[in-house]
Design a protein around this ligand. Structure first.
Ligand SMILES: Nc1ccn([C@@H]2O[C@H](COP(=O)(O)OP(=O)(O)OP(=O)(O)O)[C@@H](O)[C@H]2O)c(=O)n1
Ligand SMILES: C[C@](O)(CO)[C@H](O)COP(=O)(O)O
Length: 225
């Protein structure tokens, strides 16, 4: 079965407060997005890679690829207003009938081959595979009145990417209208009626969101090379 990955990097990176797009920041000598693309290429040389970027970043990305001599094959796709739109645009550039599609955040460069492999293997069997980890901290819920109460953390999981699905299920799910609760692909597939199968993620698989995350990425990427 053909395997695809849509690497979403179409956001504005507002929480990073950086002059350059966060996915272009170099960590350990290579832009974050190149680390992420290479992780999928290392998993499989046959994987079809779609990279979603804001329209205004396409030229600088191509320049960056020349500067770093980055030659890993990928197709560029223009991003949308929300993450949902960006994934949908990526999906629109996949023409096959059958396949498995992983969606991965461009700013999660510390992703292991083992997790990617498990994600595709599980999606082949179950149709869905969503990476998640258990919570390490305690949880409290805030009510509308401002009261707070303890929650049972063993009932919760923190969701990561990759999130991998059957291509036909993805197409059906992403034909729905956007809802603000669609913060990831699992919520989109679930809303279309598909059951979500969770697989084990890793605490290292951080989403680089705020400046201090860059330091952790540096440490984890050194450890993995
Ligand atoms: N319209 C959007 C919004 C987000 N993303 C991608 O979804 C991933 C997770 O989003 P996040 O880390 O929140 O990135 P941003 O939306 O760019 O950051 P911020 O919320 O701080 O502006 C990122 O790789 C981001 O580029 C996207 O492809 N298209
Ligand atoms: C997809 C995701 O990374 C799973 O945790 C997350 O939902 C993205 O949220 P963001 O607000 O776009 O960072």
């Amino acid at each position: 079965m053909q395997e695809y990955v849509i690497i979403v990097a179409g956001g504005s990176g507002s929480r990073m407060k950086s002059n350059i797009p966060k996915q272009f920041i170099a960590v350990n000598g290579l832009p974050i997005l190149m680390h992420t693309i290479n992780a999928f290429k290392s998993y499989s040389s046959n994987i079809f890679i779609n990279v979603v970027l804001p329209k205004e970043q396409l030229t600088s990305w191509k320049e960056l690829c020349m500067e770093y001599g980055f030659e890993t094959d990928h197709q560029l796709v223009v991003g949308g207003e929300t993450r949902f739109d960006s994934v949908k645009n990526g999906l629109g550039h996949i023409s096959g009938e059958e396949g498995l599609v992983a969606v991965h955040d461009g700013v999660r460069p510390v992703i292991s081959t083992e997790i990617i492999k498990n994600s595709f293997t599980t999606a082949l069997i179950s149709g869905t595979a969503v990476t998640a980890v258990a919570m390490k901290d305690s949880l409290r819920q805030i009510s509308a009145e401002g009261k707070n109460t303890a929650l049972d953390r063993s009932s919760y999981r923190l969701v990561q990417t990759p999130q991998t699905f059957r291509l036909d299920w993805m197409r059906t799910a992403f034909s729905q209208s956007y809802q603000p609760t669609f913060t990831d692909c699992a919520s989109v597939l679930e809303s279309a009626g598909y059951s979500i199968h969770l697989i084990e993620g890793a605490y290292e698989n951080i989403k680089i969101t705020t400046p201090e995350d860059l330091r952790w990425a540096e440490i984890y990427l050194i450890k993995n090379t």
